[in-house]
Design a protein. Structure first.
Length: 200
């Protein structure tokens, strides 16, 4: 199963609640950052495409990476086309290691943009009002509104992917998030019982 949502929607908070229910969660962004440092093949491909400056030793140059993502949609897409296959392969290996679970979740901010949604059975979308999302990210990352809005604009608008989700979790603080997650968890358990073997 997949889980997505725009920046500041509270995906990680929701995933932690699923983990408390015994669900194994694959955090795509976290694992991608590990691969930047651990995969020699990925490092070589990135250096060949964007120059040696993208790395400082074995550590990815975060500032350079940020500049590339902000430079243009074309540059960001070129970067993603190199990184995503490595993440896909890593995720498939992870799934094999968790095959005994009734279902697992892949958390990814760009689940639809990257095509990852094609590798999961169902998608859970986490949503929240734009203003709440902006305030959350400003507080969390200690950045100004302009930078938050720039990050949001690099992602698909919520309205574009919402209709593609099988389940929606509202995270605006107006009700019990734990109860909502429990309801979706129960539904996903039933989905996993009635569908054929997973296609990741």
């Amino acid at each position: 199963m997949g889980l997505t949502g725009g920046i500041g929607s509270g995906k990680t908070t929701v995933c932690k609640l699923f983990e408390q229910l015994g669900v194994a969660v694959y955090y795509a962004d976290v694992e991608a950052k590990k691969l930047y440092a651990e995969s020699a093949e990925l490092q070589e491909k990135l250096k060949a495409a964007f120059g040696e400056a993208i790395y400082s030793g074995n550590a990815v140059n975060k500032q350079k990476l940020k500049e590339l993502l902000l430079q243009s949609d074309k540059t960001a897409e070129a970067l993603n086309q190199i990184v995503h296959p490595f993440v896909f392969e890593h995720y498939e290996n992870w799934c094999n290691q968790h095959a005994s679970h009734k279902y697992t979740l892949k958390e990814a901010a760009i689940l639809f943009e990257s095509g990852s949604y094609k590798r999961v059975q169902k998608v859970v979308g986490v949503v929240a009002p734009l203003e709440i999302r902006i305030e959350r990210v400003m507080k969390r990352d200690s950045i100004d509104r302009k930078e938050v809005e720039a990050r949001i604009n690099r992602q698909w608008p919520q309205e574009k992917w919402l209709s593609k989700c099988h389940y929606i979790i509202e995270n605006d603080g107006s009700f019990s998030l734990e109860k909502h997650v429990a309801v979706v968890h129960s539904a996903l358990l039933n989905d996993s019982k009635t569908t054929q073997p997973f296609v990741f």
